[in-house]
Every structure is written in C-alpha cells, then in structure tokens.
Design a protein around this ligand. Structure first.
Ligand SMILES: C[S@@+](CC[C@H](N)C(=O)[O-])C[C@H]1O[C@@H](n2cnc3c(N)ncnc32)[C@H](O)[C@@H]1O
Length: 191
C-alpha cells in the first residue's frame, strides 16, 4: 500500500521529545499498581520510532513483558520494520496491521480495548474529515483507564503540503467542541 500524502517515517537514533513523552506515559501506566497488562495501540506506527527507544527507556524486561503491542500503518515496509523491532523486545504479544486509516474501525473491532494509544506526527497527513471520526473510533477503543496521546508538529522547519500547524490549544478546542456536540462530559485534556 502507499500513503496518501508526502509521508516519511524515519527511524533515527535521536530521541525526539514527542517519542520520549510517549514512552514516559507508557512507563507510568506500566508502573501503576494493579496494571498486569497494558494493551498499546501505536497508530501510524511508522518504522517503530517509539519502539526503537523502548529497551533503553524501559530496561526492565518484566515491565516490557506486560505490553501487548498493536502497530497500525499504511506502508508495508514500515509495518515490517516495526514488527521486527517489536519482536526483539520480549513483549507479551506483538501484532502489526497494514491498513489505510479510513479502514481502522473495520480492521480493529470496537470490542478490542487499549490502555494506551500513541498517535504521533501523523494528524497533518490525514484528510481533515477523517480526523473527527478517527478520534471517536480511538476513544471508543480506550479501556476505562485508557490514555490517548496525540502529537503533531506545530511548527515545521520546511513547509509541508497539507500540514496542519495546530497547537495544543487548537486541538483542545476541537475535542471539547466534539464532546459538547455529543452531549458528553468534558474529557481530561492535557496540552
Ligand atoms: C511522519 S510518519 C510518523 C511515524 C511515527 N508515528 C512517528 O512518530 O515517528 C507518518 C506515518 O503515517 C503513516 N500514514 C500516512 N497516511 C496514512 C494513512 N492514510 N493511513 C495509515 N497510515 C498512514 C505513514 O505511512 C507514516 O508511517
């Protein structure tokens, strides 16, 4: 499969702050009392840039062994690389699905719940009309204590076709408006 935008998933040794934050959140969930198992969905996982930092930042095999990992990406090559990295980390389970984001809700049933969803550096590559349904589809797949971590580039060193330079406050407005429209309580949002 090919991605719809000028998408490049890079795998570098450099730890970017957004990936470091994802690992910090994951580490907190793993260390929380009573968390024997963490289902982690890495949406648009790319070549596994978060995974690639995991053994260094969560060195305890007993903590990593609590993770069931599901990666999801449109690019076969990315999925292959991510799966290879994940398979070497002694996780509880590893699965990587290749699919278009618009097919996410078909490929990952709503009964399947996740404690942690990472969705980094990808919102700007997707059609805007897909974002609202996708966020709802993700929220429906969080378990009762689930955490969704979305990060995108607020500033790009080189302008990128289709880039959405929203900052955290813009994203908060999108989510609070969506929840208002749905008649739900306010979500816990951290920018
Ligand atoms: C810039 S990379 C980010 C990868 C990773 N999340 C990270 O933070 O390094 C964007 C990823 O989104 C994937 N992607 C782009 N459009 C997609 C689509 N329509 N459906 C599924 N994945 C898509 C690309 O294949 C690519 O791996």
């Amino acid at each position: 499969m090919g991605s719809i935008a000028d998408s490049r998933a890079v795998l570098t040794k450099k730890v970017l702050p957004q990936h470091h934050t994802a690992i910090t959140l994951l580490g907190q969930l793993l260390a929380a009392p009573g968390s024997d198992h963490i289902a982690w969905l890495d949406l648009a996982c790319g070549k596994g840039q978060i995974l690639a930092q995991l053994d260094e930042n969560i060195p305890e095999p007993e903590l990593r062994g609590k993770i069931s990992y599901l990666g999801y990406d449109i690019e076969n090559e990315n999925s292959r690389v991510a799966e290879k990295i994940a398979s070497g980390l002694k996780l509880h389970a590893v699965e990587v699905k290749t699919g278009e984001m618009a097919d996410f809700s078909k490929l990952v049933p709503v009964e399947r719940k996740f404690r942690f969803v990472s969705f980094t550096n990808t919102v700007h590559e997707l059609r805007p009309e897909l974002i609202a349904t996708l966020i709802l589809d993700i929220l429906l797949r969080l378990d009762a204590k689930g955490v969704l971590y979305i990060y995108d580039m607020e500033m790009l060193p080189v302008p990128e076709l289709g880039a959405v330079p929203w900052d955290g406050d813009d994203m908060k407005k999108v989510l609070t408006t969506m929840f208002d429209e749905l008649g739900c309580g306010k979500p816990a949002l951290i920018a």
